[in-house]
Ligand binder design. Sequence first.
Ligand SMILES: [Zn+2]
Length: 558
Amino acid sequence: MTHELHRLITAWLPSTSTVHLTALTIAQASVVLQLTATAPTTACPRCAVPSSSVHSRYGRHVTDLPWGALAVRIHLMVRKCLCRNASCARRIFTERLPEFVATYARKTTRLITTLRAMGVTLGGNAGARLAARLRRSTSASPLLCLVRTAPVLATPAPQAIGVDEWAWRRGHRYGTILVDLETHRVVDLLPDRSAASVAAWLAQHPTITVICRDRSDLYADGICRGAPAAVQVVDRCHLVQNLRQALEAWLLGRRPALQAAAAGTAMARTQADGPLPAVSMYRGRRQGPKPAELREETARPPRHARWVAIYEAVHTLRAQEMPLATIARRLGISRPTVYAYLRRDTPPGPRRFHWRPSARVLTPYLPDLIRRWRDTQADSRQLWREIQALGYTHSARTVCRFITRLRRAADAGHPPESQGSPYTRPQGPAARAVSFAMVSPAVKRSLEAQTYVDQRCQVDTGIARAHALSQAFLAMVREGRGEDLEAWLAEATHSGIDELARFAHGLQEDLSAVKAGLTLAWSHGVTEGQVHRLKLVKRQGYGRAGFALLRQRVLQAA
Ligand SMILES: [Zn+2]
C-alpha cells in the first residue's frame, strides 16, 4: 500500500487518533480493513481510572459505511486491560471506542446514525428498501428498533408552544401534539387528548409562558391546571372557523330565503353580461369536516335531519314505483344519492365524510358547451361531436344529461350561466357555501358570491346584520384589534341572531385568551403544519406503527 493511499484510508476512518490501519484486503464484493486500537491508556468503564496494563487482545467484527459498491467489514483488535484501582470491583475490562463503535454493536456508530436517519425519515419498509439500494443491507424491524432506541435530542427549553389535537383515527381516537412556536419543532406527542395529560406534561415544563390553543375547554382546563401562570392565546383561524360554523347553523334555518335569492342573482349575473364564467357542473369537492367540527356534531342536527327526511322520501317514492331519475329530480338530489339511499336499510347518520362527486369529465368543456348551445340550439349529439374535436373522450350520454338540465333550467327562466355557480342555481347555494362567502374578504369572493351577498344584504336585514358583524369580526382579527372585542361581543349579543349571540357568549367565557389571540402575534399555523406532517408520518406506517414509534419518528425528524 502506498503511503498516500494509507493516509487517505486512515483519514476516512472514524476516530483516526485511536485506531491504526494495519492491513486492507479486497474480496469479491467487500473490503476488509484490519484495525488496531492504539490509545496509550484506556479507562475502566466502572471506575474511570485509566489503565495501560494489557491483559490480552481480542477481535471484533463490525460493518461500516460501504465504499460505493463494496461493503466494508472491519476487523478491530481491541485490548483487554486490568483495572489497577484497588477499590474497584472490576478486574478485567475491554477497551471501548464509543465514537467508533458502541459496546456490543456490530455496526459502526456512523453506520447506525445513517440507518437511523433512514428509519426516522421513511419508516421501516421504505427505509429498508432505500438501505438495500445504498448497500446498507438491513430489514424493517432492526431499522425500527434503531428509531425506537434513538437518544432524545437536546433542544433548548421551549417558551412558547402550540397545543393541538391529532387523529389516530378520525372521529374515534385523538392524541395531542405540542409544538415549539419559536423553533417550529415538535416538542412532544401525547397518546391521548385529555386535560389531565396536558396538565401533567406542562407541570414538567415550567419554562413555558405562552400557549397557543384552539377553543376547546379541554386544553384550556389542562393549561389552567398545569401552567396557571402561562398566557393562553386562542388561535385566530379557529375563531373565524367558529364564527363560520355559527353562521352556517343560522343559515340552515333560512334555506327558503337562500333559494329565493338564487334566481335574482342569476338574473343580475346575466344582465352584467360579462364573459362566461369558468363554470362547473358540479359543486366542488367538499372537505370532510375537521375534528373540531366533529365534536360539535350535536350542534348541527338540522342538516342531518334534512337527509333523514330525504332518505325516507326516496324509499316511499320508490315503493310507489317512481323511476329513479324522477325521484332524483323531485327531491333535488343526484341519482347516485338515490342509488346510495336505496341500498341502505337505515337512514344516514350524521355525515363524517362527503361523497366526492364522481363525473367531472365535462368541466373543462362547459364554457364552450354552454356558448354553443345558446348560440346554435344544436342538439346534444352535435354538441358532443363538437367537444370531441376539442379533446373530450367520454360518452354522449353525459353531454345529453347536461344539455337536458340546461334546457330545463332555461325553460324555468334560469339562464344557462346560472348552471355553473351554486349562487345562481335554482335550488340556491348551500348554507355552508354562503357562510364561507360571509367570512371571506370581499376581494376574495367570486363575482357570483359577491352579487349574491350584496343582493341578500339589500333585501334581508337579518343577513345584512350578520354580514356586517362577520366582516367587523374579520377586520378585528386581521388587524389585531383585541381592544375592540368587547364592543363587538355586545353588538353580537344584541343582534337578534341566536347563533351569533351564542358564539359571542362562548368568546366571553374565554375572554382573556381570545383577546390575547386578537392582540398577540403568535400563530397556530406552525402547529397545524406539524399536525399535517404527523399525518404523513402516520400514513407511512400504514396505521400499524404504535404510539412509541410514531412519537420517536416525529420527534427525531427535525
Ligand atoms: Zn475499575
